[in-house]
Design a protein around this ligand. Structure first.
Ligand code: SAM
Length: 257
């Protein structure tokens, strides 16, 4: 027919960024469930995501155990703002966003992969957390510089709670960027996942060092602020990959750098 003649043959180009499709497959899985029970119900939605991750394709979410630990820190500190570096499909943004909403706080998720951010936005909106959680697409460093430049961090430009969960090799450069911008300062709590597995040795060295030692380490990555006095505690967890740890760092003081 004339119609068939007009149709161009379809030859898909291999895509450069798409992963193996499990994150969009998750969306199909979720939208096949009873949506009434998942709508505006962060717990129920997270539990379905956990089921998908344990029965179908593993997802690199924080998961229920380490998630509950960080949730309890949010309940204790009640930060007005929490920013995560590395959002993926929005699991931690939904879990921690719901905890932040309880005391009227806001949650910002920084994610460099726009496909992941799209999945996250869809799930965050299904959970009914659109007013509390926002997702910014871009590398964490670009987005943080942008937030600082337009006063997007609010009060004093200091982030009360930071969650590092992107790639381990950028934990230290991005923390130092935040120090240099004054966005991590006295009172901030910085939480970092996966500090034992896959591990973030340079990051741990920095957050566990005294100011004097840090002055000697200053050459690595961004300049940072060696004068911030940190107290760091690493809590260990058994995960499906073996032993892992979450580092919680409190900024308790400031010396001349
Ligand atoms: N926090 C998520 C959760 O628990 O549900 C999991 C995050 S996953 C472990 C890591 C994510 O960080 C990936 O989606 C990856 O695209 C993102 N990422 C890696 N490097 C990044 C960077 N420099 N800036 C922003 N996002 C980054």
């Amino acid at each position: 027919t004339a119609n068939a003649k007009m149709r161009k043959p379809f030859s898909p180009k291999p895509t450069k960024f798409a992963l193996d499709g499990r994150e969009t497959d998750l969306l199909h899985y979720i939208y096949k469930q009873d949506l009434q029970t998942l709508t505006n119900n962060p717990r129920a939605l997270l539990s379905q995501i956990d089921t998908y991750s344990t029965t179908t394709n593993p997802l690199m979410n924080i998961g229920p155990t380490k998630g509950a630990f960080i949730e309890s820190l949010i309940k204790t500190h009640r930060p007005r703002l929490m920013i995560e570096l590395g959002g993926y499909i929005g699991y931690s943004a939904i879990l921690f966003g719901a905890a932040m909403r309880n005391h009227g706080g806001k949650y910002i998720s920084l994610e460099m992969n726009p496909e992941m951010a799209a999945v996250a936005n869809q799930l965050i909106s299904l959970a009914g957390l659109g007013d509390t959680v926002s997702v910014i697409v871009g590398t964490a460093a670009e987005s943080l510089r942008g937030l600082v430049a337009r006063g997007g961090l609010g009060r004093g430009g200091v982030i009360p709670m930071v969650f590092l969960d992107h790639w381990q090799d950028v934990y230290l450069p991005d923390l130092k960027l935040l120090e240099g911008l004054g966005a991590v300062d006295i009172g901030s709590v910085v939480i970092a996942d996966n500090v034992i597995f896959p591990g973030a040795p340079e990051y741990l060295e920095w957050v566990q060092a005294s100011c004097d030692v840090k002055k000697g380490l200053k050459g690595v990555g961004e300049v940072g602020d060696a004068g911030l006095v940190y107290e760091t505690e690493v809590t260990e967890f058994e995960t499906q990959f073996g032993k892992d740890g979450v580092a919680v760092t409190k900024v308790v003081g400031k010396e001349d750098a």
